[in-house]
Ligand binder design. Sequence first.
Ligand code: MN
Length: 767
Amino acid sequence: MAKKKVHVEVGRRQLDLSNLDKVLYPDDGIVKAEIIEYYLQLAPTILRHLRGRPLSLVRFPDGIYGEQFFQKNRPDWTPDWIDYIRLGNEKKKEYVVANEEATLVWLSNLACLEVHQMHCISKNTASPDYIVYDLDPPEDYNFQALKEIAFDLREYLERHNYHTFVKTTGGKGLHLVTPIDARYTFEEAFQAAKGLIGPYLDKNPNTTLHIKKESRKGRVLIDIYRNRPSQTIVSAYSLRGRKGATASVPVTWEYLKGVKNPSDLNLASALDLVLNEGDAWESIRAWSVPLHTDKRAIATKELPANKKHKTPEQLEEYEKKRDFGRTPEPDVVSDDGTGNRFVVQRHHASHLHYDLRLEQDGVLKSWAVPRGMPPHPGVKRLAVQTEDHPLKYLSFEGEIPKGEYGGGMMWVFASGKYEITKEKKDGFYFRLSGKTLNADYRMHLMKGKEWLLERVDNPQQDMLNKEVKPMLADTLKRVPSGDYLYEVKWDGIRTIITLNEGKLTIRSRNMNDITDQFPELNIPEEAFRINNAVFDGEIVCLDAQGKPDFKKVIKRLMTKRSVDAERFAARNPAHCYLFDCLYLDGRSLLTDPLLRRRDWLRDSMRFDTPYRMSEIVEDGRALFKAAKEHGIEGVMAKDPLGKYSPGKRSEAWKKVKVKETLDCHIIGYTKGEGEREKYFSSLQLAVLENDGLVYRGKVGTGFDDVLFKWLKDKLSNLPKVDKPVKEEAHDEKVSVWVDPQLKCEVEFSMITNNGTFRDPVFKKMVD
Ligand code: MN
């Protein structure tokens, strides 16, 4: 039977794919096309971990219950463009190296469900760049008990100065991986691991080094023999040829606590995990350390006398405690003597720019990049080489006095380690591995001191081109005290503003593009100093007293024609209060502390425009009192060190409203009389509780003419129904009941004994 073929283009490669509808996982009905899709969607993240590594392939051409092939040699028919490396005895084996997306697609097409990797990269196959501790439990071992061993072993390894990462294996086990500097032999690394695990076994009787199953006696094997040369482990995010299409998925230690069954991490869930939580191993290379047995390296590592030696956890703690907004203390880059550190500084001198600095031979090679780090492939940035800087700039942060050279504020924007991945006649390729920036770039010399800087790998999340949902807040009844920053809760339209290469887009919280409704806010150059950013804010229209007037701004949202928008903008100009910055000039800021994000937000805004910084105050009670007196909606309390979680309700933000509000379903309306004859008199409301809709009364105030008309149109188009609540309603005789599709927010003073609102006021429509 002829194979069904499909011709595709992936990047700059042409491929023929065959039998896309072939079922490879019969229990789950998963076909080959889904395998290709999985690897392609996760490619940016997978390639970060795979690039340069010699791979072994496990192919399942007839599905997971058919014959499987473990292949070290690349197949004869491998296309020329796929990279490989000769290794082994007399260099006879040719190992595939996956450096681009198309290679992953090609592998998937071969029904290579599993990818296994060596512990080194092609450039330096003599030295592993991590040690793996493969926790291999007996059949039917309790996963919670295995997790306990993993946490215990982690603590033990970290006491020896290793930073420990963890992933599921796609089976019952766990891989603990500690990155090391790639400058030791496999034997040295293996001996270091063995020297550590020996004493550990005495401490933990549930573990063993016995490979033979019968000698393990119900104990968990800590398989360190995998660290031998030419041994492999399954790669991060590789699928397994097992029922359920399980995968070997990196997780944070925090996340691992909640994992009940490792098979929950699989083809169906891995992508969502990466998109929602990020890649748990993203910064792994930045954490490499010398072997604990390397006395020489430890000696060179000694910190100046006034600083104590700190473990990675202590360093993290230290960073968390630092008040980023106030003290000009540097980010932490540990010196491990390998001479491959980097820093990107944001430098607001006479012109805002970024300084990229790479450690080399005891100095920092430096480039000024005026428009910031390129966000994705296809964007080229001018980089002007400046004089070499001393190493102390790796962590320099603070204000350079005005009048001095480079006077202005300098921040550490990103730092970590780098490697040159390829040398070229007229430049080089390099990879930055940091806690906040992990990307591959190309630096290309044009003339004199002028270089072009280009990003060459695809980011897994292109925040400039994807829809980012705003973070939500918990509701509290009282203003919390403690370590919070307090802000006015602006009563307007929550908005995410994207600046993409200077083009501005305004989106509402449900991601509608509302840029055209607010022409006075579409002024990217006038309002901002930067080209690429994602901001969170609230668009408000102010009344005569300077208070946000929700009705005015909602009216603006309902204008359809651009002529009207211009007219309204002149009569009733909008302001936008910005309070957060999620992305800036080449990197995501989601995990930066709020204070830090606010610093950069403020520094990105120009003065005297309709954009304003939503200011913070320290006395929350006083702000709440003022909000009450002036009819402001409420107060926000935010954790100064909290991260930003798009689309999620987070502990880090709390809102406290002056009046109580509830989101209600509109279940009907009462017919209008007098001036309201054309519209309606009031809306009938219900809230959704456990056993269905519960009646909450009517609301007849809070509307204006525009809203009356808009709502009447909406209501008339809804299907008529029987009364959707069982409680007796007010004015049933003159009520029309509609399908309860619409929701609105209603403000009230209390809920009365019969379950209805007292003093209800319509606030706004909600999704
Ligand atoms: Mn500079």
